[in-house]
Design a protein around this ligand. Structure first.
Ligand SMILES: Nc1ncnc2c1ncn2[C@@H]1O[C@H](COP(=O)(O)OP(=O)(O)OP(=O)(O)O)[C@@H](O)[C@H]1O
Ligand SMILES: [Mg+2]
Length: 334
């Protein structure tokens, strides 16, 4: 059985098997016009065009340019929606071999959606026989015979306490009370775990994340430098990472423009953590994860001396944990 870790975020969909990993922007648009006959080769290597329940969709970069009405992010992550299924199919067709027949999917739900109804809707969307028809690729036919759905941020804790075979390597952390903060694109999720059990009263989510920072920076870039990137947040993202932009051929430092917005975001995110967990003195650790942890780690280190991060790319930390938890639950592929 092949195990697939799947993290569908508002910004990016991340997936991992024992053989490989992928990340695609969570953009999905209808593709009424495309045909899936074998004589049509994908126009370029980047786009993904595929079929879900008889309808065509563009996924990822291609959805940006090809579809007039790229689905709103909310549709994309609406639990069990065809858009969400399109994201699942996009990563499955990338990572699964044509010979894979049985697959177990381990995935998460945002804390705010973590209830029986959403779990059931997600399980229904994932389970059963799938035939993925994707332009330029051979069809993938497989059956999802197992699903394991946990609160989204909790994957990152599994990434810390389990090794790559799914064996427990940190029984100290597994036996304690741990707070996890997952700073994503549109949301920040807070998960409290006690001896590996999800504690609902100490968990919550807020609609603040890196996207908010990027939008504010985009406004400033337009006002101060005449760069109109409000619809090209990927460029803003790059500029924030480099703390620089190019204006009329000159490289301009934008650290002074970014820092106040970052301070404000950190303030919002940390104050929610304090509301939920106080000073954190009774927690064994605070695990910081998600793409936002690059920027927020310095703030968290000041607020919580016992903050921990997962080795490797923090955007992949949840799926790493999903895969390891899957190996523990469903057994390995070998
Ligand atoms: N190397 C990096 N340096 C700075 N920021 C980064 C880096 N890598 C990722 N990010 C930030 O992380 C964001 C994406 O994080 P992530 O993939 O965890 O969000 P998501 O899961 O899609 O969103 P959500 O959890 O809200 O659904 C990017 O938009 C970017 O701002
Ligand atoms: Mg996320």
């Amino acid at each position: 059985m092949e195990i697939l870790g799947l993290d569908i975020g508002y910004g990016y969909t991340k997936a991992l098997t024992q053989r490989g990993q992928v990340m695609i922007p969570s953009l999905v648009g209808p593709a009424e016009a495309i045909r899936f006959e074998s004589d049509i080769i994908a126009a370029n290597g980047h786009g993904i065009a595929l079929e879900v329940d008889g309808r065509g969709y563009f996924v990822g970069e291609q959805a940006e340019v090809q579809s007039a009405s790229v689905s709103q992010t909310l549709d994309v992550t609406r639990t069990g929606s065809p858009e969400q299924k399109a994201l699942f199919y996009a990563v499955a067709s990338e990572l699964l071999k044509t010979t894979d027949q049985e697959v177990a999917v381990v995935t998460g739900l945002p804390v705010g959606d973590y209830d029986d109804r959403n779990k059931e809707a997600l399980r229904r969307m994932l389970s059963g026989r799938h035939e993925v028809r994707r332009q330029g690729k051979r069809a993938r036919v497989f059956s999802v015979t197992g699903t394991y759905i946990i609160p989204q941020a909790m994957g990152s804790l599994f990434a810390l306490i389990l090794d790559r075979r799914g064996k427990l390597i940190d029984s100290d952390l597994a036996a304690g009370r741990v707070g996890i903060v997952d700073v994503g694109t549109l949301t920040t999720n807070y998960v409290l775990v006690d001896r590996l059990r999800y504690v609902e009263v100490g968990s919550d989510s807020i609609t603040s994340g890196m996207g908010e920072l990027l939008q504010k920076v985009a406004k400033d870039l337009k006002r101060e430098h005449g760069l109109d990137w409000s619809l090209q947040l990927r460029k803003v993202d790059q500029a924030v990472r480099e703390r620089a932009v190019e204006v009329y051929g000159d490289r301009v430092n934008i650290a002074g423009l970014v820092i106040p917005h970052l301070d404000a975001l950190a303030d919002t995110i940390l104050s929610k953590a304090r509301t939920l967990w106080g000073s954190g003195v009774e927690l064994r650790a605070v695990v910081l994860t998600g793409g936002g942890s690059h920027e927020l780690a310095p703030y968290f280190r000041k607020a919580f001396p016992h903050v921990r991060t997962v080795p490797g790319d923090p955007q992949f930390a949840n799926v790493v944990g999903y895969l390891r938890a899957g190996l523990r639950r469903f057994g390995g592929a070998e």
